[in-house]
Write a protein of this length. Structure first.
Length: 187
């Protein structure tokens, strides 16, 4: 006579594996550890995949070319830029006038503070540093695209722009409070 197979008792501590195993053929991703939204205890972490395709800052961070403070400073700059950009916009005279159009949105306090921070950072970085940070963090350009746009070809220029970007990210980390002067001098 065949033996009856017993089911194992339900164990709530054993979690379901929620990891995706299928990726597009040309996917450019990196593993990153984040807070578990379905975790039972606060502080639970899971490993997820982050797309690197249109995010040069995440690509630099995942390849350990920049540290956590530089990464957070760059993300804060992007956040301030998005807040400041959402403000009132110019009237387009080429569009037909329509009754009942939308009222202009007033500038919020958060937008005003973001613009003030961006202005202070632009003064700290200078014209060249501001342009470089804008091209990488806002426009999503690579070092090859930046050097090609300026007509400067070669590995030395790529290395120069990469080093200059890291210096600018150090200044952003200082400006947003993710690093101190002592940490920036050691790096």
């Amino acid at each position: 006579m065949a033996r009856v197979k017993r089911k194992k008792p339900y164990n709530p501590a054993k979690l379901h594996d929620r990891r995706s195993r299928d990726l597009p053929r040309n996917a450019d991703v990196a593993a990153v550890e984040v807070d578990d939204p379905l975790g039972l205890d606060p502080g639970d972490k899971i490993v997820t995949l982050r797309s690197l395709r249109n995010d040069p800052l995440a690509r630099l961070h995942s390849r350990r070319q920049i540290d956590e403070a530089q990464y957070q400073g760059g993300r804060s700059f992007q956040n301030d830029w998005e807040k400041a950009e959402r403000g009132p916009q110019a009237v387009d005279p080429s569009k037909e006038h329509v009754d009942g159009g939308q009222f202009r949105e007033p500038i919020t306090e958060g937008q005003r503070k973001a613009v003030l921070r961006l202005n202070r950072i632009e003064r700290e970085l200078g014209a060249d540093g501001s342009a470089l940070v804008h091209e990488v963090l806002i426009l999503g350009m690579t070092m090859e695209q930046i050097s090609g746009r300026r007509g400067l070809r070669g590995q030395r220029w790529l290395d120069y722009f990469a080093k200059r970007l890291r210096e600018c990210l150090d200044r952003l980390a200082l400006a947003y409070g993710f690093a101190t002067e002592k940490q920036a001098k050691q790096a």
